[in-house]
Design a protein around this ligand. Structure first.
Ligand code: FAD
Length: 498
């Protein structure tokens, strides 16, 4: 049977960083990824990482920001969840995130910003260029340089134990082979969240509209959480998720621009060009790099857009959590419909269609130029109905019901004037779930009595341990930082299997 010092389950940002850190300590490392490629949710993300006290902040004139200030500001995002947070893990995140940024930069990752996001008191969002696959390219190269063996198409199906200690894993290879591999020091679970887990698993932790919808990453099936639970591990905050949230699909075909290599030189050229080239020329170029699922602003509804299903019917009050109702439609998607009255408002701040990597905020003209897969436009309602294949009579009835509401809410615009627009399909997703294994501050997985399970570590989404990561950039910050520290900690473990 093959054996390694450390086995890492999952080839997203957490797993790659854990493998890199453990290999940097001289360990032999096997990383197993069930997908056909490395990347996970990390490679689908927008790519912002929150950190204080970084070189990039200082270059931008932000002097004196500290982990202490970051710790305080993170708490301001939490509101009603404050009493469910794990402050010991928050402390670890803010203290070590600055070094994480520097390590990623040394590997070749190029960030723009930092960008502001109140209630952070200063800009802290470091946004990768050209896109989040860059994390994977640079991390996997760093791992390869240190001799990490990275296998894709290899699904870990169980943890193996000797007595109470985790000493390896069972693997199902995509060519049909089953095998076992031993870990001398430990196994690190870095297998992501459970947003796309089977309903039977989700029902143990979640309730309500979250059970009607799927996850953006179909491979986020909670394997690590489930495997650890079978040997006593415990999931914390399993009922929490980033969602339901309405998002458009990712671009169906990657644009030519988004296929450009993630060379640091190209990314640095982009940073320079963003400072000197007029925005009107840069915006279509930057939006060409968008590979992720963008979230339409609910401000569209507050200005008078309506949400219809594929039958052309309104099915909820658009101003009262429309995201909770899309999952119950058939098919489970909707169209955001409006006329020129709304369209003309969404061409400048503060009325953006969505946030977007590279440009910060994308407006309707940006979508018309760069996201034609999302924007359907027609001079008449009949043409629009035909384009999006909904019955015209139902669409007209939906508009009538909207117009009946207008006297009660003067902020809403009517939908009388063409051209008419439909944005979509708009789908409600669990973007990611927050339920991760209970861990201690050394990333050891804890059982129901709070005792470490020997030989088992967890990090990233699967080892979220109850830390609340609200605000942008904290999930990736946690993935890279916790992965790094878990890898270092596992490397210190005495050899249990010889
Ligand atoms: C659209 C979108 C945008 C986002 N944007 C941001 C952002 O800008 N900033 C931010 O901070 N966060 C963002 N996030 C969240 C962030 O991307 C995730 O929290 C983070 O990437 C999780 O990293 P991870 O390594 O824990 O999981 P992943 O990156 O999902 O990696 C887990 C890997 O484990 C593999 N795996 C699972 N089970 C097994 C198994 N049994 N055997 C082998 N391999 C397995 C999976 O295939 C996957 O590749 C975004 C998420 C989404 C969906």
């Amino acid at each position: 049977m093959y054996s390694y010092d450390i086995i890492v389950i999952g080839g997203g940002g957490t797993g790659l960083m854990a493998a890199y850190a453990a290999a940097s300590e001289g360990c032999s490392v096997l990383l197993l990824e069930k997908g056909t490629a490395l990347g996970g949710t990390t490679a689908m993300s927008v790519g912002t990482v929150a950190a204080s006290n970084t070189e990039l902040q200082r270059q931008a004139g932000i002097i004196g920001d500290t982990p202490d200030a970051h710790f305080e500001d993170m708490g301001l995002f939490n509101k009603t969840l404050a009493n469910r947070d794990n402050l010991a893990l928050r402390r670890i995140l803010v203290d070590h995130a600055p070094e994480t940024i520097e390590i990623l930069r040394r590997m070749g990752v190029v960030f723009m910003g930092p960008l502001p996001e109140p209630p952070h008191r200063v800009p802290r969002l470091h946004a990768i260029l050209p896109h989040s696959r860059g994390f994977i390219v640079h991390l996997s190269k760093a791992c390869a340089d240190l001799g990490v063996l990275m296998q894709t198409g290899a699904t870990v199906t169980a943890l193996t134990t000797t007595g109470e200690r985790v000493t390896g894993v069972e693997i199902h290879d995509h060519d049909g082979h089953e095998r076992q591999v031993t870990a001398h020091k430990g196994v690190i679970i870095a297998s992501g969240d459970f947003s796309a887990a089977p309903l039977s698993y989700k029902q143990h932790h979640m309730s309500g509209p979250l059970l009607d919808i799927g996850g953006i990453n179909p491979l986020s099936t909670g394997d690590g959480q489930a495997m650890a639970e079978t040997i006593g591990g415990k999931v914390i905050n399993g009922d929490l998720a980033w969602g339901p949230e309405i998002r458009f699909l990712a671009p169906p075909k990657p644009s030519i621009i988004s296929k450009l290599p993630t060379w640091p030189s190209l990314a640095k050229l982009m940073v320079w060009a963003m400072k000197v080239v007029p925005p009107v020329l840069m915006r279509p170029f930057l939006l060409g790099f968008v590979t992720t699922f963008l979230a339409p602003s609910h401000n569209l509804f507050h200005k008078g857009a309506i949400l219809i299903n594929q039958q052309g019917e309104r099915f909820c009050d658009e101003l009262d959590r429309p995201q909770d109702h899309i999952g119950r439609q058939s098919p489970a998607s909707g169209w955001i419909v409006f006329g020129q009255e709304v369209a003309k408002q969404f061409d400048q701040w503060p009325n953006f269609i969505s946030t977007a990597p590279g440009v910060g905020y994308a407006y309707l003209p940006d979508y018309e130029n760069s996201r034609r897969d999302v924007v359907k436009k027609a001079d008449t309602l009949a043409e629009l109905a035909e384009t999006i294949r909904v019955p015209l009579a139902n669409l007209e009835t939906s508009l009538d019901s909207h117009h009946e509401n207008l006297s009660r809410n003067p902020a809403l615009s009517p939908i009388h004037q063409g051209p008419f627009y439909a944005l979509g399909p708009a789908i409600s997703w669990i973007v990611f779930s927050e339920g991760g294994l209970s861990i201690d501050t050394e990333f050891r997985v804890l059982d129901g009595h709070g005792q470490p399970i020997p030989g088992l570590f967890a990090a990233g989404s699967s080892g979220q341990g109850g830390i609340i990561l609200n605000g942008h950039g904290h999930h990736l910050g946690w993935a890279f930082t916790s992965g790094r520290l878990a890898g270092q900690r596992a490397a210190q473990e005495a050899n249990a299997v010889v």
